[in-house]
Design a protein around this ligand. Sequence first.
Ligand code: ATP
Length: 420
Amino acid sequence: HPTKRQVTQTMRKKFPSSIYQLLVSIGDQAAKLSMAPYLIGGMVRDLLLDKDNKDMDIVVEGNGIQLALHLQATYGGSVRQHEEFKTATWKHPSGFLIDLTSARTEYYDFPAALPKVEMSTIKEDLFRRDFSINAMAISLNYESFGELLDYFHGYEDLISGKIRVLYNLSFVEDPTRILRSLRFESRFDFRMDTQTEKLAHQSANNILSVSKQRLANELCRLFYEGNASHGVNRLYELELHTYLVTNPIKHEIAANRIRELEDYHRDLHQKGLAISRSVWIGYMAALTYGDSKDIRELEDYCLSKEDQTVLNKIEELIHHLNQDLVNAPIATFHEHFSTYSLESLLGFLAFIHQDAKKSFIDYLIKRERLQRKITGNDLKELGLTPSPLFKELLYKAEVFQLQSSTITKREILEKLTGQY
Ligand code: ATP
């Protein structure tokens, strides 16, 4: 039997009243179809942790698609069905998205295969989940509304900060869960319990049976959303690193590189610079020696065209930039890097001489904040006709601004007239 706990008051207090009312309505409408709905997963976990979460996942003992269509018929909005997985997304008239899934059990023909799906009860549905903290449900049924279903001591684990798998073969069946566990450790400052950690370590080589794309999805979230330093230290401790890249750099070097990259990444983000997810592939590059072979190998991890571009540019920078940047003036930085994106340059950071890093970052900040004082029109007003020279002069104007933040438009134009 699960531990009985009533969380109606917590739901009332912490959910916006529109969300609370929506959950009550879903329970009432499901009753009309003799179905039993439950709120599950991240939203339950985060409610108990007092954190926001807008991913409303509902598991129904019954047919999730049918319930979604019934809710649409009653309250409006629209429904997207995924027949194959017996799931539907109901878009409430307010725009809020609700995922409705038929309770199911999954079994695996062989480890790391995609699961086979069968309809089942909420308990079995929860049992196929990754960790105890993610395997709790809240009943939305009229007679038991607000009852926490916690078959695997998830509540205790939330309180004591533990990531725990539900059964010993969990990581073998789905090795991406090892990476997910590191992400939850990072995000909540939790730790795997001793047994889970042992299983993760023992199952590390199973990572090899997972597609690079699935691994990339988890690694990207680990590096982009979380505390990358913690993630990388744990990758090494659990000896996952050797299964992720062929030729990993030593733990200590990787730890230093990632800490530095993460610090600068955070700093630039806090300064308001927009850094896209694709920066994550730079974190991967920092785990390698940076040889062409090392970098090319990361191609299989690229999740988007932009990831691929960033990776290509990192390789280009590593292999074509022989110039010493130590004590180089800002104009030299601009000469080398003006055409590269912020994400590519952050990915290149690990491979720059230690003594040049500070100037490199100063350059990045100045460049990203640069508000160009000179335009093509200003050049026309000088009596010039548009030509390839324009590009060159505009570039020089940028350099003057990078060299002096106080330089005026007139001063730039004066300097430029001496240049043609
Ligand atoms: P987040 O706040 O990052 O979205 P989440 O817990 O909602 O966290 P999702 O990746 O959206 O994470 O997954 C939703 C739920 O599905 C999880 O709470 C978990 O129960 C389950 N889940 C996701 N991936 C797996 C997996 N690989 N194995 C088992 N269960 C999983």
